[in-house]
Design a protein around this ligand. Structure first.
Ligand SMILES: *[C@@H]1O[C@H](CO)[C@@H](O)[C@H](O)[C@H]1NC(C)=O
Ligand SMILES: *[C@@H]1O[C@H](CO)[C@@H](O)[C@H](O)[C@H]1NC(C)=O
Ligand SMILES: *[C@@H]1O[C@H](CO)[C@@H](O)[C@H](O)[C@H]1NC(C)=O
Ligand SMILES: *[C@@H]1O[C@H](CO)[C@@H](O)[C@H](O)[C@H]1NC(C)=O
Ligand SMILES: [Cu+2]
Length: 274
């Protein structure tokens, strides 16, 4: 609630009351077609559960969630691999949450579900109309973790959650939270960039003129485009495929992927990628 209120203010949404609705105040979620290829995010669950009542003798759900753009940049593939699930109390919903997990592991601090279209959660997600669901409602769109199972593995593509920095649907700086059906937060983990993520030089921008050397600052340039600027889908497959096949290291891939993003924004840089 606190977050939706904040968002409402930030986005100048007029009303603060939450009414049942099937889509966001800002409309349906947009599919993202220019996620940077080759960049991988991973959330690894901690040793001990946040809700200790789930593991009286210590321990936690074990495992990780990885996320990376599909090869054409359209949508993000999530791979969920879990074991040591709670022996009772399922099925377990899980979501992308707005904020990362602090050092003390307090899952409450991750705030609410990632919901850039301000949909709220009063109405359950209809998985047949995933564009109307909260972007972060992964279990609503793709299914909860069933009860009475020790392990769970799933792999699916979500069209709305994004690995493109700057979008509201970007989750690379956020977290994932696993719940009991009564919403109690069992455990949570922040996403971290594990591939394609050579940490890029800080905020010192040089405006991208399409030269290779300037691409290291591309991510800061990517912080602006709204979802509609994805017409640069032209900066999509072609460029990133070329990048992945011609460059050996993940770090370099990250730079090239950044370059692709920059190309989307600054049309002038595009030729460089072809
Ligand atoms: C939520 O569910 C879990 C598992 O059934 C239970 O241990 C916990 O006490 C419940 N929390 C609340 C607030 O009802
Ligand atoms: C976790 O964070 C919430 C919100 O800031 C706070 O109310 C709560 O006391 C914290 N819990 C622990 C165990 O630190
Ligand atoms: C995460 O990144 C998005 C988009 O780049 C930004 O709008 C948001 O404020 C960031 N959130 C956090 C918690 O850093
Ligand atoms: C990628 O860009 C090319 C060239 O502009 C375009 O023809 C193609 O449809 C785009 N592909 C995707 C997946 O957006
Ligand atoms: Cu959640």
């Amino acid at each position: 609630m606190r977050v939706s209120t904040r968002l409402s203010v930030l986005l100048a949404a007029a009303s603060t009351h939450v009414s049942a609705q099937e889509t966001g105040k800002l409309g349906d979620a947009a599919e993202v077609s220019n996620n940077p290829v080759g960049v991988v995010y991973k959330a690894t669950l901690p040793e001990n559960a946040y809700f200790q009542g789930a593991y009286m003798d210590g321990g936690n759900i074990e495992g990780e969630v990885t996320a990376t753009a599909e090869p054409d940049g359209k949508g993000v593939r999530f791979t969920v691999k879990l074991s040591n699930l709670p022996r009772s109390g399922g099925p377990f919903p899980y979501h992308l949450h707005v904020a990362p997990v602090p050092d003390d592991g307090n899952c409450t601090v991750t705030l609410a579900h990632l919901d850039p279209y301000v949909r709220g959660e009063a109405t359950p997600c209809d998985k047949n109309a995933p564009e109307t669901c909260q972007v972060g409602d992964l279990s609503g769109k793709h299914g909860a973790i069933p009860a009475d199972t020790d392990t769970f593995e799933a792999s699916y593509v979500d069209a709305y959650a994004s690995t493109l920095e700057g979008l509201g649907s970007f989750f690379g700086n956020r977290s994932i939270v696993f719940h009991f059906p009564n919403k109690t937060r069992i455990t949570c983990a922040s996403f971290e960039k594990v591939e394609g993520g050579a940490e890029l030089p800080g905020p010192g921008d040089d405006d991208d003129d399409g030269t290779a050397s300037s691409t290291s600052s591309a991510p800061s340039g990517i912080v602006t485009p709204p979802p509609s600027s994805t017409q640069g889908g032209s900066g999509n497959g072609t460029a990133t495929t070329a990048a992945t096949s011609s460059v050996a290291t993940g770090a370099a891939n990250g730079l090239r992927a950044g370059a692709a993003g920059a190309a989307v924004i600054g049309g002038a840089a595009f030729a460089f990628l072809l």
